[in-house]
Write a protein that binds this ligand. Structure first.
Ligand SMILES: Nc1nc2c(c(=O)[nH]1)N[C@H]1C(S)=C(S)[C@@H](COP(=O)(O)OP(=O)(O)OC[C@H]3O[C@@H](n4cnc5c(=O)[nH]c(N)nc54)[C@H](O)[C@@H]3O)O[C@H]1N2
Ligand SMILES: Nc1nc2c(c(=O)[nH]1)N[C@H]1C(S)=C(S)[C@@H](COP(=O)(O)OP(=O)(O)OC[C@H]3O[C@@H](n4cnc5c(=O)[nH]c(N)nc54)[C@H](O)[C@@H]3O)O[C@H]1N2
Ligand code: SF4
Ligand SMILES: [Mo]
Length: 710
């Protein structure tokens, strides 16, 4: 017998911190999760889980966690209030702001963790739609916007992505990702080391990164100057074109724009590419030849090529390498994720440039506007000025750009509500912090990995325990606010409209169940009900439509390897000299997830945020291991501790992001030390890559000097 929600015993469930969605077995005693271990019977993760997943119950039962609605009564001081009092006040103030200034006076920010909570994420988008606001900010512009903009160019649909068939590839080039630490993003690698070791054994894994990351150290490392990937990719493409290695048959059959791209490649000088990247001409050509030596080859890239000044171009060129190299659309190469849900077997158009930001006039990408202009959107008077902020699972003050100007903006808001597990740094400026559920308290399906699974996997979990304290599903909170405003959730289907007409409301998970039943998974007999009989999850035996043409939304049905946006970005690349000075990169750690697990002592006690620097750079700045130093640029300065090691290319340094806690209600995190590097990102229209609204985050120029002893 399996224990029911809240009962003592071992509960089979899965982690929802990152894309790997590892299987877990959580032990409940007296209504609390007391420990968790990897689930050996999960057919996807097969007994793998990282230290974050097996420590997460410390968040669920954290005494610092917000488990009752909290109201700010004085700067930095919160007191518990009843749900009704909080919801009534929020609804009344939201209604008044919208009545006087229109719905776009209400802005929102969505952080990363809610993407793994079906009710929370889907509910939030529905909530915002019901309010009528188009002011959607979020982690997108610090993460995926450039990838999605490249998809828009290539496939006419931002969410159509070419993903690597990592389980069958013989050779893989990884540009700017560190999957051994991140456990994979826009790639499904629940057993990442095992999976990549197997690729390496079959042929090779090459990691292109300015830092010898954990992944680069295990496989083959190609050190590259920050933000120069476009030069490498262009020179590789030129090699393929010139040496007769392009897959002309595929390009003629499936693509448009190859003649234009090929013509543009003649303007790329190999010697210049070598100068920009720091990689020799022979090595560049050899890498291109290696890519096409086996058809089971694939290029993959992630965050490291998503936040530079040419981020969209870099993501476009990465896919172009897959197309020109003939690696797309078959086993072992790159392909589109296998559709699981109804509708996901076809590309949907739209999703790029649907609205423009008031500040800077930047296009939205999957609804997200650039976070870098949010401070000005709050502070600059005029029609559409932001007066209220609704934040779901995000911490703009540490994770987004904006620094001091953003802090001033948060202070000035007429209403601010944070839907979060904690009072985080940004939340400390909120009028209300409303508690949501941790993953042990909610039923769920893994949503995020649908975007990158070639061989689909599905799992359903019931809540392991009942909500702690007065915490509630965010979906219910959103419905309750709307109800008090005389509004309701938008109905996406006739079934939902009928449910609402009868006084009910379908939950996102029910809607998702419908999409499973009516889609490719349903055709193979899958539904939530059937998944209940497979508590460890199931690999779905559904056909894999390699390179599925239906995922392309362009009217001509072709993959576009050229257009005006790309031509403009390429011109800009060629016209711009390399940036000068020391370059700062961010660094992830297996024990952190951006900034929000820093209150878990088991995870944070062994972490020391330090600036990694090459010995020669340290010597040139008169710095030694353990010294304090000031990292600065035109936007501000922070004090850091120096750690000298040879991980980096000369001229680059790295530091973990989302440290420097202090004003939040998480006491252990506040003692974790470190500095907030995002102060150095600045804010406003100048610090974004314009076509995708991406914040310029990686490889930003900084200066370094020894700190004066106290
Ligand atoms: N310098 C620099 N900055 C970066 C990055 C970088 O590499 N360098 N990485 C960027 C990336 S890729 C991302 S995705 C963003 C992340 O940006 P954010 O998502 O804004 O930052 P997090 O630190 O993840 O904070 C998330 C908040 O969500 C809350 N939370 C956790 N689980 C839940 C939940 O289930 N429900 C609710 N309601 N809240 C929850 C946490 O308590 C925390 O307050 O950061 C970006 N910032
Ligand atoms: N443990 C842990 N896991 C995580 C997270 C976490 O914070 N901690 N965050 C999650 C989130 S929100 C995301 S989005 C994913 C990110 O997943 P990944 O992208 O795999 O992780 P990153 O560590 O950001 O890897 C980016 C790499 O790019 C390199 N890089 C920086 N600039 C350049 C450049 O100009 N060119 C090239 N070629 N490389 C460059 C960096 O040195 C770094 O090694 O990870 C997820 N998983
Ligand atoms: S790898 Fe990701 S999903 Fe797996 S246990 Fe760690 S945090 Fe959770
Ligand atoms: Mo992210």
């Amino acid at each position: 017998m399996r224990p029911a929600t809240g009962e003592d015993g071992d509960h089979v469930t899965f982690c929802r911190i990152c894309t790997a969605v590892c299987g877990l077995v959580a032990t409940v005693e007296d209504g609390k999760v007391v420990r968790a271990r990897p689930d050996p019977d999960n057919p996807s993760s097969q007994g793998h889980a990282c230290v974050k997943g097996i420590s997460y119950h410390a968040v669920t039962h954290d005494p610092d966690r917000v488990t009752r609605p909290m109201k700010r009564v004085a700067p930095g001081r919160f007191e518990p209030v009843g749900w009704d009092e909080a919801l009534n006040d929020i609804a009344r103030r939201l209604s008044a702001i919208i009545a006087e200034h229109g719905p776009d006076a209400v802005a929102s920010y969505q952080g990363n963790p809610p993407a793994y909570a079906t009710d929370g994420m889907t509910g939030f988008r529905m909530f915002l739609k019901a309010l009528g606001t188009t002011k959607i900010y979020g982690a997108g512009s610090q993460d995926t916007n450039a990838r999605f903009t490249a998809n828009w160019v290539l496939y006419g649909s931002p969410l159509t992505i070419d993903v690597p068939d990592v389980n069958n590839a013989d050779f893989m080039i990884i540009f700017g990702a560190n999957p051994l630490v991140s456990n994979g993003s826009l790639i499904f690698t629940p057993r990442v080391r095992h999976q990549l070791d197997a690729v390496a054994a079959r042929g090779g894994v090459v990691v292109v990164d300015p830092r010898c990351s954990e992944t680069a150290a295990r496989y083959e490392h190609v050190a590259i100057e920050p933000n120069s990937d476009c030069w490498l990719m262009l020179a590789m493409l030129r090699t393929l074109a010139e040496e007769g290695l392009a897959d002309e048959a595929f390009l003629a059959a499936r693509c448009a724009g190859w003649p234009e791209l090929r013509a543009a490649l003649t303007g790329i000088e190999f010697a210049e590419a070598a100068r920009r990247t720091g990689i020799g001409v022979d090595a560049i050509k050899a890498l291109a030849r290696r890519l096409v030596a086996s058809p089971r080859s694939v290029c993959y890239g992630r965050v490291g090529i998503c936040r530079g000044p040419y981020a969209t171009l870099a993501n476009f060129l990465l896919s172009a390498l897959n197309m020109v190299g003939g690696t797309f659309g078959h086993e072992g190469g790159s392909t589109f994720a296998t559709p699981v849900l109804a509708g996901s077997d076809r590309a949907t158009t739209g999703g790029y440039d649907e609205v423009r930001s008031r500040i800077g006039n930047f296009p939205s990408v999957t609804q997200f506007l650039p976070s870098a202009v949010m401070p000005d959107d709050i502070l600059e008077p005029g029609p559409g000025q932001v007066r209220a902020l609704l934040s779901l699972g995000g911490n703009v003050l540490l994770a987004a750009p904006g620094g001091e100007r953003l802090r001033r903006g948060l202070e000035q808001l007429e209403l601010s509500v944070s839907f979060d597990l904690y009072i985080n740094e940004a939340g400390s400026y909120a009028d209300y912090v409303l508690p949501g559920l941790t993953f042990y308290e909610r039923a769920d399906l893994p949503m995020v990995p649908f975007m990158s699974m070639v061989q689909p996997f599905l799992q359903y979990t019931e809540p392991v325990i009942a909500p702690v304290g007065e915490a509630r599903s965010e979906f219910d909170t959103f419905c309750a606010i709307l109800g008090r405003m005389g509004l309701r959730m938008p109905a996406a289907s006739p079934e939902e409209a009928a449910a609402q007409a009868a006084g009910g409301q379908m939950r996102p998970l029910e809607v998702l169940d419908g999409a499973i039943r009516q889609g490719p998974a349903g055709a193979a007999g899958w539904s939530i009900d059937r998944l209940r009989d497979h508590p460890h999850g199931a690999m779905l035996d559904i056909p894999i439509p390699w390179g599925n043409p239906d995922k392309i939304a362009h009217a001509d049905g072709r993959i576009h390897l050229w257009d005006d946006l790309i031509a403009g970005e390429l011109d800009r690349l060629l016209a711009t000299p390399p940036a000068k000075g020391l370059k700062l990169l961010s660094r992830r750690d297996i024990r952190s997830h951006n900034g929000w697990l820093h209150n878990v002592d088991r995870l944070v006690r062994s972490q020391k945020p330090t600036l990694h620097i090459h010995p020669d750079d340290a010597a040139a700045h008169d710095l030694a291991d353990g010294d304090r130093a000031i990292l600065s640029n035109r936007f501000g300065e922070i004090e850091v501790e120096v750690e000298v090691n040879a991980d980096h290319l000369r001229g680059t340094v790295s530091y973990p992001h989302c440290f420097g806690h202090g004003s939040g209600g998480w006491q252990r995190a506040n003692r974790a030390g470190g500095a907030n590097i995002n102060i150095l990102l600045g804010h406003g229209p100048d610090v974004v890559e314009a076509v995708s609204g991406t914040t310029l985050m990686d490889g930003i120029s900084v200066e370094l000097r020894a700190a004066q002893p106290a």
